[in-house]
Design a protein around this ligand. Structure first.
Ligand code: NAD
Length: 351
């Protein structure tokens, strides 16, 4: 039985990936700070949870590990701008350090889930591929690019390194994120009958379902090293390259209730149309999900009450809440408790 260390395992993608790997017979070490709750991963005999910061992973955590999927990140542009230093430390430095430690510990494979956002902006008539110049516009995208540049040179005959540049992900996950385009549109439609769309709707953005991208992670764990080592793969599908305006209309048509579209924000400066030919040609992999299927899946999950806490689903909002409450708790906590002070111990007791 192979052991996979998944970092960021309690996150949106991790909490879909981990049960998939367990179901496929892997033993999983799920490492996370669990900022979004430790309840997103169900107990399983082959699952061990490691509550640790990715910047402080001890060498022992990698002993006996066959592969690492390094999902950990401050995971979107607005959070990256607010927490710039932490974003470089976590998304770039900690991942390079983890890859280096993994190589030293004899781990044979390392997968870096990066992002198509490092293409930033390209003219609408251009379709970028893995060889195109990158143009990262945000701290988040820049940190992802630095991580790619840091881990790829570690690839050699004993250590397979693969980079996945994922399209914007959508679909249901136990750690739901409504700060992602299709997910947020669907929430708006379900809650108020209005799809929020970022201006001006002509910007191109590729999309991939969370089940599809985690299928690719599982595939890359077993793919022949000769085909994937030292390679970058865009992960998504040519048919799921969307302009946000038409995407909103497609989602409106797919949902079982009448909805309108409402524009918000300043015009989005990110726009990229991406080719996904390489992953299909190399691995024979094709995405299964359409945007309409994903929107319906989320709509149904909302109808069935499967998203208990909305607060945690907006990544930046939740990090802000944690920081606010950390301050309040630090100011009020005494003797390790709040209203429930722990029993007082006499001097000498418990020694
Ligand atoms: N979701 C997308 O649309 C998308 C698209 C492209 C790339 N990606 C990349 O995929 C990865 C996973 O994204 P996600 O959507 O699951 O994000 P997420 O925010 O849901 O998950 C990130 C996880 O990392 C954990 N974490 C953050 N800092 C940590 C630290 N210092 N130590 C330990 N744990 C820490 C968080 O608790 C969280 O569970 C990220 O690297 C992201 O950049 C995501």
């Amino acid at each position: 039985m192979k052991t996979v260390l998944v970092t960021g395992a309690g996150g949106y993608i991790g909490s879909v990936l981990v049960p998939k790997l367990l179901q496929r017979g892997y033993r999983v070490r799920a490492l996370d700070r669990y900022f979004f709750g430790i309840d997103k991963l169900e107990a399983h005999p082959q699952l061990s949870l490691i509550k640790e910061d990715s910047r402080r992973i001890p060498e022992e955590a990698l002993v006996g590990v066959d592969a690492v999927v390094d999902l950990v990140a401050i995971s979107n542009d607005p959070s990256g701008e607010l927490f710039q230093e932490a974003t470089y430390e976590i998304n770039h430095q900690s991942r390079v350090r983890t890859a280096e430690m993994a190589k030293r510990a004899g781990v044979s494979r390392y997968i870096l889930p990066s992002s198509c956002s490092l293409y930033g902006f390209v003219e609408p008539e251009v379709i970028v591929n893995e060889q195109s110049a990158t143009n990262p516009l945000s701290t988040y995208a820049k940190a992802n690019e630095l991580a790619e540049l840091g881990v790829l040179p570690l690839a050699d005959d004993t250590f397979t390194v693969v980079v996945m540049r994922q399209a914007t992900v959508y679909g249901y996950s136990p750690r739901m994120r409504f700060d992602l385009a299709i997910n947020g549109m669907t929430l708006g439609a379900w809650k108020t009958g209005v799809i929020p769309l970022m201006k001006d709707g002509t910007q191109w953005r590729p999309m991939v379902h969370v089940q599809d991208t985690t299928d690719v992670m599982a595939l890359l764990l077993e793919a022949d090293a000769a085909n994937v080592n030292g390679e970058i793969f865009n992960v998504g599908s040519n048919r799921n390259n969307y302009q946000l305006g038409p995407l909103g209309e497609e989602i409106a048509r797919a949902l079982p209730k009448p909805v309108t579209i409402e524009w918000y924000g300043d015009p989005d400066h990110r726009s990229y149309r991406v080719s996904f030919d390489k992953i299909e040609a190399t691995l024979g992999w094709k995405a299964r999900w359409t945007a309409a299927d994903g929107a319906l899946e989320i709509y149904t999950a909302l109808e069935e009450g499967c998203v208990p806490s909305y607060e945690q689903t907006i990544t930046l909002g939740w990090y802000r809440e944690l920081i606010k409450w950390h301050r309040i708790i630090r100011d009020t906590e005494l003797y390790g408790g709040m209203l429930d002070l722990p029993a007082q111990t006499e001097p000498g007791e418990g020694q």
